[in-house]
Design a protein around this ligand. Structure first.
Ligand code: PXP
Length: 247
């Protein structure tokens, strides 16, 4: 009976930029927020440079790459523009995500089964640059197997369905099964989307999941309690959940 390994918390700071872009001004600065998150215990900082630049801007990514002392996880779509940026910047980690212009947020996982060839060449480009590459996928066994086949280092399981229906046992079971399959194939397993201090515990307790990416709920909560407390609350919930589960 051993306790679970430490699970990393990466904080997504996109929505600090969302507030700034509401006025196209300089404040609040997502880079300053990233440094506060690191001081509060974040193990990494995630930022999504969307093609439409609705929140994070190119300059933010360059500044984050210079300022982040933990790990910068750049989320981007599988486009030539984004891959070229990643090749130039060489962040320690890139997570490839799907993007549709009309969506409010990343609504589903990357269709790796339908676009296997394109994903394989994107992963190869990134790996040539020494970038650890993760694929944001639905908790679907076929997608997990393709992620392995195309050479990804990691998968990030989309937790959106679970977040919308946390009391439906099928949503958590799908995450558990996909996490187990991924780890058994030798993939690193991450998860994220729609997680908060209220729903994170069952996901944090899945032993194979080594990293969570959480954004909107932490930045939203920070309005009321401050960013430092908002990060620490989630960190504590994750630690409690993992301490409660011994295998
Ligand atoms: N992981 C990925 C790949 C995402 O695209 C997002 C949203 O940008 C998140 C995690 C974080 O989701 P949320 O903001 O709902 O916590």
């Amino acid at each position: 009976m051993t306790s679970l390994r430490y699970q990393r918390l990466y904080v997504n700071i996109d929505h600090v930029a969302t507030v700034r872009q509401a006025r196209r001004s300089r404040e609040p600065d997502p880079v300053a927020a990233a440094l506060l998150c690191e001081r509060a215990g974040a193990d990494g900082i995630t930022a999504h440079l969307r093609e439409d630049r609705r929140h994070v801007q190119d300059e933010d990514i360059h500044r984050l790459a210079a300022a982040v002392s933990t790990v910068l996880n750049l989320e981007c779509a599988l486009t030539d523009e984004m891959l070229a940026l990643a090749e130039t910047l060489r962040p320690p980690q890139v997570t490839l995500v799907p993007e549709r212009r009309e969506e409010v947020t990343t609504e589903g996982g990357l269709d790796v089964v339908g676009h296997e060839g394109a994903v394989r060449s994107a992963v190869a480009r990134l790996k040539r640059g020494g970038v650890r590459t993760s694929l944001f996928i639905d908790p679907d066994p076929a997608a997990v197997r393709v992620a392995l086949a195309v050479g990804a280092d990691a998968i990030e399981l989309h937790t959106g369905r679970y977040a919308h229906a946390p009391s439906d046992p099928a949503t958590l079971r799908a995450l558990r099964d996909a996490a187990q399959l991924g780890a058994s194939l030798g993939l690193a397993v991450h998860a994220g989307h729609g997680l908060s201090v209220d729903n994170v515990r069952p996901v944090a307790a899945i032993p194979e999941i080594e990293e969570l990416n959480i954004g909107h709920a932490i930045i939203g909560r920070a309005i009321f309690v401050g960013l430092d407390a908002a990060v620490r609350e989630v960190r504590s919930a994750m630690d409690e959940a993992r301490a409660a589960h011994r295998y």
